[in-house]
Every structure is written in structure tokens, then in C-alpha cells.
Design a protein around this ligand. Structure first.
Ligand code: GLY
Length: 369
């Protein structure tokens, strides 16, 4: 291990390490360990990286297969999963073999789902190549695909045996994607680790710079937050507590109820992080209007998100569509909406079934012409 490498252990029933460093390309054999076959699931856009990974695994003595899938969300379909199952079947993939998910959050969600379902579960190593993937999708064991009725409606909890976050992979990431990833990092700041907010406020340009020590520390801090939350509530069962006193993993949904609605209204042509940023501003206004959150913390949302170039308002005149989209959100209970809000900095709680007047007032507070 080089000195610049940091390991965060996710202490679930089967603990695993998330390794954060630069130039981790050669580390796969070490984390895969004993296996005959390895399948690397990667998107079309990463064909060169997929081929290089396959070659290095062959050199290390594995029978390695690269499975190319469509880019981004187009990979998360039952047809693509069936294609992966068919490659595994033709390759004679057994329970002791390993799947590697190499790509952004959509690829790692698909690879995780294929690993969860093939032979009722084979080992999985996640190698996220986007900031969002590193701080969220690849860590925590949520896997899934979409159906015509909505996103992530079919899936399973299936934890990886290791996650390799190679910061060198971010070199080619468009600036907009880096900023999008920062929204999930800032979310971790609001729900659990306010030092993240201090760091972004002190060095916003460092936060956006993929080669900086600031971003490296932000990534590690966000992963630590996620690791702590999923270790306590891997399968999000704490959310069953009707009082919301122990929201558990649901805290990671901060900003997502309204954010998912924005994505749906925008027909998913909107960056996830941008939608979550708007969703956090909405949640902050809801909490303020409900008398649960102080003005300074509510205002801080706009300040910190704007500093890194994330949106803090959304178009007005769309309440009906947004409301309908929130009602079909996976986190809704029956007809009652449910939000993670803050009762203070790093004090997440649940706001269940808020009044319509409160919901629309919060929309008014964040909407722009
Ligand atoms: N992305 C939210 C979670 O992993 O629970």
C-alpha cells in the first residue's frame, strides 16, 4: 500500500475495504484473490480501460472476460442483465468466480445486480470511475436495474468484497460530472460530517479540482459517512420506524425525494447531483418552514452549493408534476410523502406527511422564473 492510499472499512456482517488512492490499476488481483474466472462489466465508453483490465487479469493468471454494456442508464435494463447472464453461462462461470463492475454508477448498479443474481450471488469488486460512483453508488451494496415503470424498481442488496476508487480515473471526467458528484459529498456534510462543509467553503476551487488533496479528503470523508450509515442499517430497515426517530440508511436520501421528482419531470436529462442539490434546498426550506431548522443552517445550503456551481433553485409552475412524481417515489408510504430533513447540522430526522401548504410554500421558496 502506498502512503497516499486510504482504506475505509465498511463494517457490515461481511466487512470490506474501500480503497481510495491514485494509480490502483494493478490492485485488482490482490482483492480478487482466489478465483478461476473474472468478468469485467464495463460501458462502451470505457472499452480501452475494460480491455486493459482484462489483459492485466489474464497476465495475473485468471481467465478474464470483458463484457461491454451500453453507456450510463441504458445499461440498467433486464435485456442487458440477460445478456450478461448469457455471457457468464457460456463462460462456465461458477460460484467461486468474480464479477468486476468498472464504470460509473449505472454500470456498478448493473454489475452488482448481475453478481447478486448469478447462481444466487457471486463475489463482486466495484471499480467506480466517476465521483458519484465513488462516494455513493459503488459503496453500500444497493444494486438494481430500471423497468418501464421507474428507476431501480428491481434490485437486491449485494455487497462487494472490495471497492477500488482510483482517483486517476477521474482525470477524463467532465467538469459537470465532478460538480454533480460534489452534491452527494455535500449531502454527507449536512447529514453527518459538517467538516465537509467547512472544507468546501474554505476551498471551493480545491473541491472542484480532481487532483487536489482537498477533493481526496472530501471523497474519503463522504465514504466514511456512507460506510458508517450502511454498517448500522444495510437494508434500510430502520426506516420502518414510524416515528422517524432512527432514520438509519434513509438519511442518505437527503435531498432525493424532491431531487428524484426533478429528474423525473426533466425525463432524466438532468444531472443527478444537480437535482439532489435543488432537493436539499427544498428540504432545508421545508424544515425551516416547519420550525425544525434554524435560519443559518437553512441558508448555508444555498451558500455551499452555489460555491461549487450547483443549482439552488428550480423552475416555477411545475408543482403538480413534481408533486405527482414525489407521490410515486419509492420512499413514499401510501399517499403520504416522507422527507429526510435536518433538525440542525448533522441531525437528520424524518418529516412524514407534511401539509400541502407547507410543501407548496417550500416550492415557492426555491422556485425561480
Ligand atoms: N444512494 C443511497 C443509498 O445508498 O442508500
Amino acid at each position: 500500500m502506498t502512503s497516499a492510499e486510504i482504506r475505509v472499512t465498511v463494517r457490515t456482517a461481511s466487512p470490506y475495504d474501500v480503497v481510495v488512492g491514485t494509480g490502483l490499476g494493478g490492485r485488482l488481483p490482490e482483492v480478487i484473490g482466489d478465483a478461476l474466472r473474472v468478468a469485467i462489466i464495463h460501458p462502451e465508453a470505457l472499452v480501452a480501460r475494460g480491455d486493459a483490465c482484462q489483459a492485466s487479469l489474464v497476465e495475473a493468471g485468471y481467465e478474464a472476460h470483458a463484457i461491454e454494456v451500453p453507456n450510463e442508464e441504458s445499461a440498467k435494463t433486464s435485456d442487458v442483465a440477460a445478456y450478461c447472464w448469457s455471457v457468464l453461462g457460456r463462460s462456465g462461470f461458477t460460484r467461486s468466480d468474480v464479477i468486476v463492475g468498472l464504470g460509473g454508477g449505472s454500470t456498478t448498479d448493473l454489475a452488482g445486480f448481475v453478481a447478486a443474481t448469478w447462481l444466487r450471488g457471486v463475489r463482486l469488486v466495484q471499480v467506480p470511475t466517476t465521483l458519484l460512483g465513488m462516494v455513493d453508488a459503488a459503496v453500500g451494496g444497493k444494486t438494481g436495474i430500471n423497468t418501464a415503470e421507474g428507476k431501480n424498481l428491481v434490485g437486491a442488496f449485494h455487497e462487494p468484497i472490495a471497492v477500488l476508487c482510483d482517483l486517476a480515473a477521474l482525470d477524463t471526467l467532465p467538469a459537470g460530472e465532478v460538480i454533480s458528484g460534489l452534491a452527494e459529498i455535500i449531502k454527507c456534510g449536512f447529514v453527518a460530517d459538517p467538516r465537509i462543509l467547512d472544507m468546501v467553503e474554505q476551498e471551493p476551487s480545491g473541491a472542484r479540482d480532481i487532483g487536489s488533496d482537498v477533493l481526496r479528503e472530501l471523497v474519503v470523508r463522504a465514504i466514511r459517512v456512507k460506510a458508517g450509515v450502511v454498517a448500522d442499517d444495510l437494508t434500510e430497515t430502520a426506516a420502518a420506524d414510524p416515528t422517524g426517530a432512527t432514520p438509519g440508511r434513509e438519511v442518505l436520501n437527503y435531498g432525493h425525494t424532491f431531487g428524484h421528482a426533478v429528474e423525473r419531470v426533466e425525463r432524466y436529462q438532468f444531472r443527478h447531483g444537480a437535482a439532489v442539490a435543488i432537493g436539499m434546498c427544498y428540504a432545508a426550506e421545508l424544515a425551516r418552514l416547519a420550525g425544525r431548522l434554524d435560519d443559518a443552517t437553512a441558508d448555508r445550503h444555498r451558500h455551499v452549493l452555489e460555491l461549487v456551481g450547483l443549482p439552488i433553485s428550480y423552475r416555477d409552475g411545475l408543482w403538480e408534476s413534481l408533486h405527482e412524481a414525489m407521490r410515486v417515489d419509492k420512499k413514499a408510504r401510501g399517499d403520504a410523502l416522507r422527507f429526510i430533513i435536518l433538525a440542525g447540522l448533522a441531525r437528520p430526522t424524518v418529516l412524514a406527511a407534511p401539509d400541502l401548504t407547507l410543501l407548496t410554500a417550500a416550492y415557492d421558496a426555491i422556485s425561480s422564473d
